[in-house]
Write a protein that binds this ligand. Structure first.
Ligand code: ACO
Length: 329
């Protein structure tokens, strides 16, 4: 019998420190940067974000989200035989944050071993990680994977740059993907185009004990906006074609939470009612690789997504990278 991969549980975590737009306006004003709650809400839909405390790292957020996902699945870390973690804000250059997470899970659950590695596809990272976990499970190389998106974008935003600093937040989301005889993740699609890298990047390099270039996120907002709408719509069409599901059958779309206007434009382009879009960016802002699993967890715990529903996930981010996944719950 063919083996499938299903998402059986989720968990998420937001750092305690919550900043409203007004809080951020006050912080930015200390850097002589002028912005307003009105501008941020109108241009992005964002009202608040969470920032990690000093010393609170990507693996710490990932640990909290992973423990919640394991508890929700009634499993312990020893049941996991693979960890794939998506991030662009790792604790260190190496080891991978997935390995650090594995070490932290051992502290809590006792000694055990499993393969663990990071995926770097910026805001599409969770889709890439999910498709890797699916491939490992369907090919029989894993039975139960922990797939995590975790980010501390507060570490790479320049508080003197108002175009980018108001859009991002920190957080983590995790899901457990298990081998199953019932279809779950029906299909996935991943794509990239490195020729447009400079429209969204952190062009800093570490060399000889120094940072060369720029250690902050830089973005051409309008160019990113246009590219994101185009490829998100294409990614949705691709994964629908691959799985033989029609748009009308889709119950929920969980898009990357970057900007409400991007989500509205994609819904319009796809002719999918906006009411089917899960939106959490007003509270989370853009948490990059964590944005989809965070929104997923909110929609599951909030009772919106139910067994039997068809759910479309789609992400886009620096690289450029983009991707989608279609799931039957
Ligand atoms: N506060 C006040 N004014 C601002 C701010 C701010 N924070 N940022 C920019 N402005 C000003 C600009 O200087 C400009 O002023 P000007 O007209 O006097 O020159 C004006 O607002 C309009 O700027 P635009 O960049 O044209 O505004 P736009 O409507 O395109 O909105 C935004 C900017 C929100 C960045 C939008 O382009 C966007 O969301 N792009 C996508 C970016 C994104 O989502 N990035 C996330 C990472 S990628 C990903 O996750 C997919």
């Amino acid at each position: 019998m063919q083996k499938y991969a299903r998402v059986i549980a989720s968990g998420s975590f937001l750092p305690k420190k919550r900043l409203t737009n007004q809080d951020l306006v006050e912080i930015l004003s200390k850097h002589q940067v002028d912005t307003s709650d009105d501008w941020i809400v109108q241009r992005s839909g964002i009202r608040a974000r969470h920032f990690a405390e000093e010393g609170e790292l990507c693996s710490d957020l990932a640990l909290q989200a992973s423990v919640k996902a394991l508890e929700s699945a009634n499993l312990t870390a020893q049941d996991i035989d693979m960890i794939v973690l998506a991030t662009s804000t790792p604790d260190f250059i190496f080891p991978s944050t997935a390995c650090l997470l594995q070490g932290k899970l051992q502290k809590k659950y006792g000694a055990w071993l499993c393969p663990a590695f990071d995926v770097q596809a910026v805001c599409s990272g969770f889709i890439y990680a999910l498709s890797i976990a699916k491939a490992f499970i369907v090919s029989g190389q894993a039975q139960c994977a922990l797939v995590v998106g975790s980010e501390v974008f507060s570490h790479i935003i320049d508080l003197k740059d108002r175009t980018a600093s108001v859009l991002f937040g920190d957080g983590a989301g995790a899901v457990i993907v298990q081998a199953s005889e019932e279809p779950g993740i029906l299909s996935t699609f991943c794509q990239s185009d490195g020729s447009v890298a400079p429209i969204l990047w952190v062009p800093g390099q570490l060399h000889g004990g120094q940072i060369y270039g720029d250690p902050f996120l830089r973005m051409d907002g309008p160019a990113v906006f246009k590219y994101a709408v185009k490829v998100l719509a294409e990614a949705a069409e691709k994964v629908l074609q691959k799985s033989g599901i029609t748009k009308e059958q889709i119950d929920w779309v969980i898009p990357h939470q970057a900007n409400i206007r991007i989500i509205q434009s994609v819904a319009h382009k796809l002719n999918i009612p906006f009411e089917k879009m899960i939106v959490t960016l007003h509270e989370h802002a853009n948490t990059s690789a964590a944005s989809i699993p965070l929104a997923w967890d909110v929609a599951i715990k909030g009772g919106q997504i139910k067994p039997g529903h068809y759910v479309l996930l789609e992400g886009v981010g620096g690289g450029f990278t983009w991707g989608s996944a279609l799931l039957k719950m």
